[in-house]
Design a protein around this ligand. Sequence first.
Ligand SMILES: [Zn+2]
Length: 198
Amino acid sequence: MASPEIETLTQALARLPGLGPRSARRAVLHLLKKREAAMAPLLRALEAVNERLVTCHVCGNVDTTDPCTICADPRRDARLLCVVEEVADLWALDRARLFPGRFHVLGGRLSALEGVRPEDLAIDSLIRRVAAGGIDEVVLAMNATLEGQTTAHYIAERIESFPVRLTQLAHGLPVGGELDYLDEGTLAQALRARRPVS
Ligand SMILES: [Zn+2]
């Protein structure tokens, strides 16, 4: 039996994705035993991120600066834009710099079932970015679901009239954050073999 404070901490950790009661207990025990080496740095890191957490007004990424680190990076190819459903997809594709360009996060996918309409997603801001010019290629990296593909099709229609190359991944992305489980070779291959949207 632990005190209510320690129990609260354990429960909060257990609710994190990828953890569970058992892992949370082990993590808490580790933090308690390594107060200076583990707990203090974790606390400082959490505070720093929590204080400065913002959504990038350009791409919708979550970061501690606005524009985000990716949008502000001059080494990125600004002519290449990859459209994803969620921040998790962006982070996975950005892992190991698989994609050299910039991103646009929609914040979800069109869904008649869940009542998600185009105006609920960051589609107008995407069209404005494309309309502003300077983009040669838009890569649609939606999930390989009916809703993901419906979303891709809708965006393709809206972008059609602009002078940009429109491509899609060779394979759609797996659903919601599952991308993290794909190895980099598979992701790199899906990007390399991207094909024009027909
Ligand atoms: Zn950004």
